[in-house]
Ligand binder design. Structure first.
Ligand SMILES: [Zn+2]
Length: 488
């Protein structure tokens, strides 16, 4: 099976159908709480005993190579997707169709290598575009159509490098860029990278329809403090990749209206809950993992439709209400209550997690912090695969498809092109990628700003601002007032 746990994991890993099936009962692993031992040690033992799902996907169709996805159809290597169809290699892309290599793209169709964008159609190699169609290499455009190499435009049509052009000039330029040649597209990429830094205006932080909020990549937020990639949230702080939260703090990847919750990761629809992960539709659960449709749980793993359980053991309401405060007092005495499970109990190595992408550490640094480290295989197993080196691919691919696995230039990893993906490239005059999907994801990470706020000055009026761009960056970074004056 395909799994997010490696072969040598100490956890028991079940396929999804097995995990949801009725051949096992998580309550069989129930145990008494031992007041002579630390809580986290006992919780970890429970986690090692209870089977884990190979992948966390909910209600998906023909999308078995995806993870953390819900309602996806015909998707491939789509991560944290929701309601997508025919989408490949995207991260956190929602309600979209026919999109490839996109990150944080919402309600969009036919997009390629696009980031942080909403309501787009046929937008390629662009970032921060909303309500746009037929764009390539654009940055911060709203309501635009048929534009190439433009930045900070509003409601414009047929523009190249921020200048009005004829319909014919636009069509000619598109043909030149998207002629299927890898070398050609690489040259345009390089040119655009420099052109963007030299010409575009960058906002101190990217916020749309927000009130009294700080952070970056915020949309429709009110009273939200230090949040990143967050939409429709109110009275919250320290959120990363969260939608529709109210009165919450310290959430990561939590969706479906979390409320009054604290320190959750990878959850859906949680209320009055804290210190839990990979759990969905729960109320008043604490220190829980893989629990669904439950309430009043403490330190449980793998439970569904349960109430008043501690370490997977059933109690009466009265017993539960008497025992939980005692365990909390025990945790407080040992300095542990009020924080997430210590990182050393994570099922993953630091280097396998998203943390490594935003706050990279080497093995030594990670071990100083007490984080796990997972040695990874450098090169894919390929004993029987028919392989072609990426550098040996012809500049323009003709023909019906590609039968061979490609060995990535930079990493040596093997990857393949699926038929629908090939058709997409061919139809859009795009070359085959030379890098594996993981590396392409990391390249897109490079285009994004860090999840830190720096004190700096506005490049125009020198006002002190808080920004995701450090002072030393080459981009022109404007305060809100200067940005609005310049763009509108
Ligand atoms: Zn300014």
């Amino acid at each position: 099976m395909i799994s997010l746990y490696p072969e040598n994991t100490p956890y028991k890993v079940y396929t999804q159908s097995e995990w949801y099936g009725d051949k096992w009962d998580a309550m069989d692993y129930g145990r008494d709480f031992d007041f002579n031992r630390p809580f986290f040690e006992q919780f970890k033992e429970l986690q090692l005993a209870v089977p884990r799902m190979n992948l966390d996907i909910v209600n998906c169709e023909n999308s078995e190579y995806c993870n953390y996805c819900g309602d996806d159809k015909n998707c491939y290597l789509d991560i944290a997707g929701e309601g997508n169809e025919d989408c490949y290699y995207n991260l956190f892309t929602k309600f979209s169709k026919d999109c490839i290599d996109c990150t944080f793209v919402y309600n969009s169709t036919l997009c390629y290598e696009t980031l942080n964008s909403y309501d787009c159609y046929n937008v390629k190699l662009s970032q921060y575009c909303n309500n746009c169609s037929d764009l390539a290499f654009c940055y911060d455009c709203i309501g635009c159509k048929n534009c190439i190499g433009c930045s900070n435009l509003r409601n414009k049509e047929y523009y190249i490098f921020n200048k009005q052009v004829s319909k014919e000039d636009y069509a000619k330029k598109m043909k030149e860029i998207f002629n299927g040649s890898y070398k050609n597209l690489q040259n345009v990429r390089q040119f655009w990278k420099k052109h963007l830094v030299d010409n575009a205006i960058f906002r101190d932080s990217y916020q749309v329809s927000c009130e009294d909020s700080s952070g970056n990549d915020l949309k429709n937020c009110k009273h939200v403090n230090e949040a990143f990639n967050v939409t429709n949230c109110e009275d919250c702080a320290y959120l990363y990749d969260v939608l529709d939260a109210k009165d919450c703090m310290d959430l990561n990847y939590s969706l479906y209206k979390p409320e009054l919750s604290y320190e959750l990761i990878s959850t859906l629809s949680m209320t009055n809950s804290a210190f839990s992960m990979a759990s969905h539709f729960c109320n008043e659960v604490f220190y829980c993992d893989q629990c669904n449709n439950s309430k009043n749980l403490f330190g449980c793993d793998g439970l569904n439709h349960k109430q008043y359980c501690i370490l997977n053991k059933q109690y009466t309401k009265e017993e539960y209400e008497e025992l939980v405060p005692k365990i909390i007092a025990h945790l407080e005495k040992n300095g542990g209550f009020g924080e997430f499970s210590p990182a050393k109990y994570s099922p993953f190595g630091y280097n396998e997690t998203v943390a490594q992408e935003y706050f990279p550490l080497n093995k030594e640094e990670a071990s100083k912090h007490g984080y796990n480290w997972q040695e990874q295989e450098q090169v894919s197993k390929a004993e029987n695969a028919d392989v072609i080196n990426a550098e040996d691919l012809p500049d323009i691919i003709e023909g019906a498809g590609i039968a061979k696995a490609i060995k990535a230039q930079s990493t040596g990893k093997l990857f393949k092109i699926i038929q629908k993906e090939f058709d997409f490239y061919k139809k859009n005059g795009l070359p085959l990628p030379r890098k594996d999907p993981d590396q392409r994801h990391l390249d897109r990470m490079e285009l994004r700003t860090s999840r830190k706020l720096f004190d700096r000055k506005c490049s125009k009026c020198a006002k002190e601002i808080s920004s995701v761009y450090e002072q030393a960056r080459k981009e022109k970074v404007y305060c809100e007032k200067c940005y609005i004056e310049a763009v509108y």
